[in-house]
Design a protein around this ligand. Structure first.
Ligand code: F6P
Length: 366
């Protein structure tokens, strides 16, 4: 019987629970044993109670829970080979040699490294006497499948990461709330949104709420010039009769000289314009709450395909990442997707912003 483990790793994202539910139930339906790894990679390193065989009923109601019920953690031990050795040991003693990880690019890179080291880890477990050749005989190869769970929508080769649309919905709702009070007082608000180095949440929430101005890392404004541009745009909107001003600042916002742009700086400019201005940093409310229907269905369809990908994988298949392109669930080579994602950061560092835009998914199309 094939034994598969499923894990959530890195920052939680709405939709992770539906993904775990889909993996568990599809696995059981297709005749596998499915284990949940609690607390991310820490669960693999420590084993014991953190590796739990799941039954059909264990994931009941998971569709409507936000966060991740099986926990997540940023695990230092797994970054060391000794931690990965313990992880391999815990997997082999439980008969598991396939791992479905739902997380961001860091977590998925860790998983692929684990896979490439696996034969040598297993060999070391035998030479050090922790396991016998017989015990490892049928576990010479590790299958890794990636599901991209992140509110940031920062992974290349997929149109949407699990959780991004839920966070976008949350932000848009919050900006609507802010609009009401902003209009009442004729105030300006600087709303800071998450996204790490990716401007998708800033861009899409700005579009969805009709913000006056947005700052995103991939299309940075001119250093020393943006202040005047911001004033011109906001002044024009006010002159047209708008009683509120909303500026969205992505947490990774920079100018074209790569200087960070803070909400405080943006506020100062709006104050110079004569606007009574407040800053709202939305913070972790963006990550909380239950997943929107899109994320639930995306996670479900991708979770099903992740199990199928495990069952169809061979030692030669590169680790797949389950993505979605033009509304179709697709399998992409995981490390290629990670490499392209990293090249966005490099393009930004090299001030090649057009390249950064084009490397992002289709939502960033000019
Ligand atoms: O990657 C998801 C994310 O929420 C980013 O948008 C943000 O930069 C970061 O995680 C916050 O991390 P933490 O929850 O550890 O503060």
């Amino acid at each position: 019987k094939k034994k598969i483990a499923v894990m959530t790793s890195g920052g939680d994202a709405p939709g992770m629970n539906p993904a775990v539910r889909a993996v568990v139930r599809t696995g059981i339906f297709l005749g596998c044993d499915v284990f949940a790894v609690y607390e991310g990679y820490e669960g693999l390193v420590k084993g014991g109670d953190l590796l739990k065989k799941m039954e059909w009923g264990d994931v009941r109601s998971f569709l409507s829970y936000g966060g991740t019920n099986i926990g997540t953690a940023r695990c230092k031990e797994f970054r060391e080979r000794s931690g990965r050795l313990d992880a391999a040991y815990n997997m082999v003693v439980n008969g598991i040699d396939a791992l479905i990880v739902c997380g961001g690019d860091g977590s998925l890179t860790g998983a692929d490294l684990f896979r490439s080291e696996w034969p040598s880890l297993v060999e070391e477990l035998v030479t050090s006497g922790r396991l016998t050749e017989k015990e490892v005989a049928s576990h010479k190869h590790l299958t890794i499948v990636g599901l991209v769970g992140s509110i940031d929508n920062d992974m290349s080769c997929t149109d949407a990461t699990i959780g991004a649309y839920s966070a976008l919905e949350r932000i848009s709702e919050m900006v609507d709330f802010i609009d009401a009070t902003a209009k009442s007082h004729s105030r300006a608000f600087v709303v800071e949104v998450m996204g790490r180095h990716c401007g998708w949440l800033g861009l899409m929430s700005g579009l969805s709420t009709g913000a006056d101005f947005i700052f995103i890392p991939e299309r940075p404004p001119k250093a020393g010039q943006w202040q005047e541009d911001l004033k011109t745009v906001c002044r024009r909107h006010r002159e047209k009769g708008r009683r509120k001003t909303v500026v969205i600042v992505s947490e990774g916002a920079i100018d074209d000289e790569l200087n960070p742009i803070s909400s405080e700086e943006v506020k100062d400019v709006l104050v110079e314009l004569g606007l009574d201005t407040r800053i709202t940093t939305l913070g972790h409310v963006q990550r909380g709450g239950t997943a929107v229907a899109y994320d639930r269905s995306l996670a479900t369809l991708q979770g099903v395909d992740a199990v199928k990908a495990v069952l169809e994988s061979t030692p030669e298949t590169p680790s797949p990442m389950i993505g979605v392109l033009e509304n179709k669930i697709v399998r992409q080579p995981l490390m290629e997707a990670v490499a392209i994602t990293k090249s966005v950061a490099t393009a930004i560092e090299n001030k090649d912003f057009d390249k950064a835009m084009s490397l992002r998914d289709s939502s960033f199309a000019e």
